[in-house]
Each structure stands twice: as structure tokens, then as C-alpha cells.
Design a protein around this ligand. Structure first.
Ligand code: 6GU
Length: 227
């Protein structure tokens, strides 16, 4: 998968892609992430990428010209499955959307300022808008990092058997069961005995029951989506 991310502050996303699972995915060439500085596509001498909103009001608006120039240049190199704008009023990211995106070959992501981007970008250049929740971030960068993390770990080969995405919370609209490790007793707090029994079938059954109970209690709306 190839992911291009356009941002006015691309450095914000360096660390999220430089560690652990995502770092390994990049190193194994399972994913290529290209951070693009919008300022490199500024069209005027002052390298300006934002300006006041027509009609007045607080906050700067990202200009259409650098964004259009940047997207045009990128489109000459690749055909994108989606051109996504990160926005708090976009479609809500969920596991199903992540699964669909994990099958894409090329994704272009545009990160905006909290005040927004010229609406004509959204109308004419964007194919999908995504939000990661009902709260407002200062920009789309952290949201893009969240979305990319959730998508990249689903690409075949990124996780090994032990960390397989099949066991994730939400994968079957069920929350993952609790896990424990050594010591078996800490402060008198015991690990559930079944997990120490070595009885694989009983352990699997216990985990499934725990998943169902947790989903009912913590995410009843997911429980009612059971197949
Ligand atoms: Cl995608 N962007 C911003 N700025 N805030 C958000 C968001 C995105 N998703 C939730 N809040």
C-alpha cells in the first residue's frame, strides 16, 4: 500500500509512523508512507498556504491553489483509490471502514486546519471525508495517524500470528477478552484459574464468554449487531 499525506505540519506525523508495528511494516515494504509539506506547493512568493476567510470571522482557511497544485502533481504519479479529507464532520471511522481501506493500493490523505479548507477543495477534489470521533482536534494530522495505524495493521503480513488482527476488539463486533501474565498471584489478586489449566478448549470458551459479557456491558450497541 502507498499512502501520501498532505499537511501543513507533516512533522507531527513522523513519530507515530516510526515505532513498533508500523515501523516494521514500512521497513518490510508492506506500506510506503510519504509525508508531503503543503508549503512546498505554495504558489505565491511569500509561500503562503492560508488566508482570511471571505466574509470575515476568526481563523485562517487553507488556500485551494497550493492544495490543488499538490493533488494534481501527485495524481500524475498514481491513481488513488480514495482522496480523503480528515474532518470532524466526516464519516465516522470504524473497524469496517478500516478493513475496506486495508485493501486499497494507493490512498491520498489531506489534513486540514481546525478552521478548515476552502470548501471548493472538498466539493471537487476530495472523494471521502473521515472523522475519528465527536470532538475537535487542532488539525487532521493526529486523526490521519490514527486512521493509518488502524488500517496498516490490517495489511496481510504486518501482524504475526501472535498479534493477529483476528483477535482484535471490534473485528466481529465483539470486544477482546481480558489477558493476564506472570505472576499468577500479585498482592493476592489471582489470575482466573481456567487460564492456568492448560485446557485449550475451555480457555477458548472462557475467552468467548468474556468477550460476549464485555460487549453486552460496555458496548451494547455492538452486541445488537451480532451476525
Ligand atoms: Cl479527522 N480532524 C479534526 N481536526 N478533528 C477531529 C477529527 C478530524 N476527527 C475528530 N476530530
Amino acid at each position: 500500500m502507498h499512502i501520501d499525506i498532505i499537511s501543513a505540519v507533516p512533522d507531527l506525523m513522523v513519530s507515530p509512523f516510526s515505532h513498533s508495528i508500523i515501523k516494521r511494516a514500512v521497513e518490510s515494504n508492506l506500506v510506503e508512507i510519504n509525508l508531503i509539506n503543503l508549503r512546498d506547493y505554495a504558489t505565491n512568493k511569500q509561500k503562503q498556504i492560508d488566508d482570511y476567510a471571505f466574509g470575515g470571522g476568526a481563523g485562517m482557511v487553507l488556500l485551494i491553489e497550493p492544495i490543488a497544485a499538490c493533488i494534481d502533481a501527485l495524481k500524475k504519479k498514481r491513481v488513488y483509490d480514495e482522496i480523503i479529507y480528515m474532518s470532524p464532520d466526516g464519516d465516522m471511522l470504524d473497524q469496517k471502514m478500516c478493513n475496506q481501506m486495508s485493501l486499497y493500493k494507493n490512498i491520498l490523505i489531506l489534513c486540514g486546519h481546525y478552521k478548515g479548507i476552502d470548501e471548493r477543495v472538498r466539493e471537487h477534489l476530495i472523494t471521502k471525508e473521515v472523522s475519528i470521533g465527536n470532538y475537535v482536534l487542532s488539525g487532521g494530522e493526529l486523526a490521519a495517524a490514527v486512521m493509518c495505524d488502524a488500517v496498516i495493521r490490517l495489511i496481510p503480513g504486518v501482524l504475526n500470528d501472535e498479534t493477529s488482527a483476528l483477535y482484535d476488539s471490534y473485528q466481529d463486533n465483539l470486544i477482546a477478552p481480558p489477558v493476564y501474565s506472570r505472576p499468577a498471584t500479585f498482592n493476592g489478586w489471582e489470575v482466573p484459574p481456567v487460564l492456568l489449566s492448560g485446557h485449550t478448549a475451555k480457555i477458548e470458551q472462557w475467552r468467548h464468554e468474556q468477550s460476549v459479557e464485555r460487549t453486552k456491558n460496555r458496548r451494547p450497541e455492538l452486541y445488537h449487531k451480532q451476525p
